[in-house]
Design a protein around this ligand. Structure first.
Ligand SMILES: [Zn+2]
Ligand SMILES: [Zn+2]
Length: 122
């Protein structure tokens, strides 16, 4: 297949830009049959806005992963406080093996062994 430089008009800004023979060959090698409808400036602008329409290379798709910031947020599970019954969230799956306390009750119970005293009083 022979390629020749082509003049194309940008769909977005109307600029006439050259779709060079080299670019046409590059597109053909990537299996892209459509010629670019936007000038290089508009193409890179769209790429930076992470539009999915032109997501033909890895850059745009990377944007989706970048939103996680590289680390997974800790999964929190809703649970009822064993002390006051208030709903709270804990960083583990509550299975009933150990009591779940809200942060208020937890800080109340933690310093001393209040819990043992209450259990014996019951
Ligand atoms: Zn343009
Ligand atoms: Zn509580």
């Amino acid at each position: 297949m022979a390629f020749a430089d082509k003049q194309l008009t940008c769909r977005d800004c109307g600029t006439i830009f050259v779709f060079t023979a080299g670019e046409q060959e590059f597109y053909a090698n990537k299996g892209l049959m459509n010629q670019p409808s936007r000038c290089p400036a508009c193409r890179s602008a769209r790429k930076q806005s992470a539009s999915s329409l032109e997501a033909q290379d890895g850059y745009v798709r990377y944007g989706n992963f970048a939103s996680f910031g590289g680390k997974t947020p800790r999964q929190m599970h809703p649970a009822a406080c064993a002390e006051c019954g208030q709903m709270t969230e804990v960083p583990f799956v509550p299975r009933g093996e150990r009591p779940v306390y809200c942060s208020t009750c937890y800080s109340k119970l933690k310093p001393s062994n209040e819990r043992e005293r209450q259990e014996t009083a019951r």
